[in-house]
Design a protein around this ligand. Structure first.
Ligand code: CUA
Length: 157
């Protein structure tokens, strides 16, 4: 079989770049331990009441302007369903579900992620504007889905 010279060049180029990029991904994954931007933390969704963190969800102060909010999403609400932080606070949200797939969405911000049972889903946001922020569930989760919400109150310092 005769392969034209230009075809050979392109074949070498194509296979070469495939090997190069797979190599880059392989080195990043295995040598540097890079992972997709999902969090691998898991939790026993059946026994959240025995979990050291999620048995008592709520807000924890880490330092002057950093908070950690652990929340349990459950048909059809969030526990707790209201948190309050001072303006300028960075809040690290750690959310899990006690039943089905929900979401944790703060309209007007970049916070919008799925909440899956068995996983700890995380996001971080800095609230620079005081006011009341609504949190919504964006994943259809049952007959009460449209009632599922909570509030984040950002109070002036
Ligand atoms: Cu929870 Cu929709």
């Amino acid at each position: 079989m005769h392969i034209h010279k230009y075809e050979k060049i392109w074949l070498i180029f194509g296979v070469g770049s495939l090997v190069l990029f797979l190599g880059v991904i392989g080195v990043a994954a295995f040598a540097f331990g890079h992972q997709p931007p999902s969090h691998m933390a898991t939790v026993d969704a059946e026994n959240l009441d025995q979990d050291p963190v999620f048995s008592e969800p709520g807000l924890t102060k880490i330092d002057e302007s950093t908070y950690r909010a652990t929340l349990v999403a459950q048909a059809f609400g969030y526990n707790p369903n209201r948190i309050e932080v001072p303006e300028g606070s960075t809040v690290l949200f750690e959310v899990t579900s006690a039943d089905v797939v929900h979401s944790f969405t703060i309209p007007g911000t970049n916070v919008n992620f799925m909440v899956t049972p068995g996983h700890v889903n995380m996001a971080e946001h800095t609230f620079n504007e005081p006011g009341e922020y609504l949190v919504l569930c964006n994943e259809y989760c049952g007959t009460g889905h449209h009632y599922m919400s909570m509030t984040i109150e950002v109070v002036p310092r």
